[in-house]
Write a protein that binds this ligand. Sequence first.
Ligand code: PEP
Ligand code: MG
Length: 323
Amino acid sequence: QKAEWDKLKDASTVTADGKHIELAANIGTPKDLEGVNNNGGEGIGLYRTEFLYMDSPDFPTEEAQYEAYKAVLEGMGDRPVVVRTMDIGGDKELPYLQLPHEMNPFLGYRAIRICLAEDQMFRTQLRALLRSSVHGKLRIMFPMIATLQEFRDAKAMLMEEKAKLVAEGIEVSDEIQVGIMVEIPAAAVIADRFAKEVDFFSVGTNDLIQYTMAADRMNERVSYLYQPYNPAILRLLKNVIDSAHAEGKWAGMCGEMAGDQTAVPLLVGLGLDEFSMSATSILKTRSLMKKLDTAKMAELANKAITECDTAEEVVALVAEYTK
Ligand code: PEP
Ligand code: MG
């Protein structure tokens, strides 16, 4: 099987009926690029920039960030790179950013909420990203967006920093796509409104599932409720993907579910455009997708959403459609 997967390293990802799907990788540092190339990644669907902050004794400078983003963009050449702005908080701490102790850190002050409040820190990151944009195909993504206002505020800061850089004579690409992670149910529910303003969605199922099911993703005792195949999750995903397509935008996924071999047939059926996963899952997913027929998977996804009551029923249905 490994030998069969290795043959797919330089292939692009196409389903049995010839639809191209983008298979991208999740990375945490520029060092991860080697793994992306060794596994035939067609892009970076999630660059988790918080490691730049967590691996540093103090806020990383604009210059240090610029170097990291530039390295990734240059390393990927003409393949797209989705960089997620800082997502600290929840389970990820940052000693020098003295965050107050909270009762429910996953429901508290994290990610874009911190960035919009501590805007000097955020603007430094945005400037580094904008400057790096001339070195490749950059897409910027904001994490933990709950409201349209948050997206508008973050985008306005990005545009302000861009205008300042241009006024300083610094070159910035005009082709940068700006999108959001869909990982809060509120955003998934009003995806049709977001789709008019964003360039793309990437679903963060790790958080979307925990928030939808109200089951902490780190808590073993409630892990039975952490159900990627629950029809409630599938309905949210359908809404996100259909909303994106209705506005001519693309929808991807960068949570663990994107590389889950039981979920992939459902996600292909729902019409997901881009799948981003740990590099080591790419080749086996490419191999699986080659065997899937999109019309048949669309029928599977539709049945799962309209006829299944439970996650178990969905799993059984997937087995039936892929045997
Ligand atoms: C997610 O929530 O699915 C995601 C990709 O982000 P993280 O795992 O970093 O929270
Ligand atoms: Mg998340």
